[in-house]
Ligand binder design. Structure first.
Ligand code: HEC
Length: 405
């Protein structure tokens, strides 16, 4: 029946494809499958990105990506959302496969067979230049089957180990605690494997080797079918690719399928709900970043009345050198110095005290009531507060013209 296909020359352009078949297209992915692939692809990409930056947290690239995503909490939240979406797609996929297998009784074209091993060997021989022809394959090539089953395997590993990390306390009830770091190692290792296999194996086959647009358009051309799925093409031409379904049998099976899958899907959705909400994990137990006061005011050991002895020299009047300078240096200098200069203010030298301060010179000789130094301290609530007594001494000193010595 495969009348005009020369199955022995699938690698050449198809000289035998008749003109009527030239523009012919073959539906490879219906819309539902394309949407499923898109959602899976996006959640996979989000998971890979937000996961690998956590696995390689110290790499400069990871640091900038995490910062770009708004910090580690955001990164983890995105990771968890993407994981949840992937679980939902997986539940959908189980239903879609069950529907195709049980209700439509399609041929199980994704199952690995001995033919695939033969095809793999032949294709390797062809790639090494030892054989003239590569393998002729059906609906799913061995490359695609490998990819698909790797995803199945990977999803199981990631879900199980992800669950263990997401719910460490629940896990520790059933398993020794060492399993949790082990799960983390497996999760990260499998993630790397999955990302590399998509980047090297899958993207090579669908983009580099030959740009296969069927995930966007849904269709393959006659030529592409001939090159990549000649056996399926032959089946299609022979009219045996899809089994006809008896409408009666279809209805009967749907009556069983719909309620059974509904129950299973609800059970799985409840499972996902618990997976996600069962208990507090690091993301909720570690308090998220918050705004805090940048400096914790020092509570210096009270000096044994350093000032009075020296600010009241026998002559009577205090001066910068007679104690004021020491007082301000000790109590204020940690924040108000020539390098730190908080509030634009440097109180470590006489000159600076009379000149600096973002609201004008802190000390205005002769005018204590307008000197920011006094105003600020009198307001109260400053990280370092002078006692009323010391403040009075400063007032007197300024009122006196703030003498240096
Ligand atoms: C722990 C750090 C810290 C210490 C110690 C400290 N300050 Fe300040 N100070 C600040 C900061 C921050 C500002 C700027 C924000 C503001 O104006 O409150 C400031 C601002 C000021 C200003 C206003 C400057 C301007 O021109 O706006 C004055 C005056 C001042 N401090 C006086 C003092 C005095 C006097 C002391 C010592 C008794 C002192 N500060 C100790 C942190 C400190």
């Amino acid at each position: 029946m495969a009348e005009n296909i020369n199955l022995t020359v699938p690698q050449e352009s198809s000289p035998n494809a008749s003109a009527e078949n030239k523009g012919k297209k073959y539906l490879r992915w219906d819309l539902a499958k394309r949407i499923e692939h898109w959602i899976f692809m996006l959640s996979f990409t989000a998971l890979g990105l937000t996961g690998l930056v956590q696995k390689y947290a110290e790499a400069p690239l990871s640091i900038s990506i995490v910062a770009g995503l708004g910090g580690i909490e955001n990164t983890r939240t995105i990771h968890h959302w993407a994981a949840t979406i992937m679980m939902l797609v997986t539940i959908y996929h189980l239903g879609a496969v069950a529907y195709r297998m049980y209700v439509r009784r399609v041929r199980l074209t994704m199952l690995p067979t001995m033919e695939d091993i033969r095809a793999a060997i032949q294709s390797m021989g062809y790639n090494l230049g030892l054989l003239k022809h590569s393998a002729q394959q059906g609906r799913y090539t061995f490359e695609e089957k490998l990819e698909y089953w790797a995803v199945v395997w990977g999803t199981i590993v990631m879900a199980v180990t992800g669950y263990m990390m997401w719910n460490p306390i629940a896990t520790a009830r059933f398993l020794p605690g060492e399993f949790i770091p082990a799960a983390k190692a497996a999760h990260g290792g499998e993630a790397l494997l999955a990302v590399l296999s998509i980047a090297l194996w899958h993207l090579y086959h669908v983009i580099v080797k030959h740009f296969n647009r069927s995930m966007f358009t849904g269709y393959l051309s006659e030529e592409e079918m001939l090159h990549e799925h000649p056996l399926e093409l032959a089946d299609i031409k022979a009219g045996i690719a899809n089994r006809p379904i008896d409408p009666e049998a279809y209805k009967r099976r749907m009556r069983i399928f719909v309620p059974s899958y509904s129950v299973i899907a609800v059970a799985l959705l409840v499972g996902v709900y618990f997976f996600v909400n069962y208990e507090e994990t690091a993301i909720t137990t570690v308090p998220p970043a918050e705004q805090v006061v940048v400096f914790a005011p020092l509570t210096p050991t009270p000096l044994p009345s350093p000032v009075p002895t020296r600010t009241s020299p026998p002559g009577g009047l205090a001066s910068w050198q007679g104690g004021i300078g020491d007082l301000l240096n000790q109590r204020c200098g940690i924040c108000h110095n020539s390098t730190g200069k908080l509030g634009g203010l440097d109180l470590t030298s006489y000159q600076a005290a009379l000149e600096t301060g973002s609201s004008g010179p802190a000390v205005i000789p002769g005018d204590p009531d307008n000197s920011p130094l006094i105003v600020k301290q009198a307001q109260g609530g400053h990280p370092e507060q002078l006692s009323e007594e010391l403040l009075d001494q400063l007032r007197d000193w300024i009122a006196n013209g703030a003498p240096e010595s």
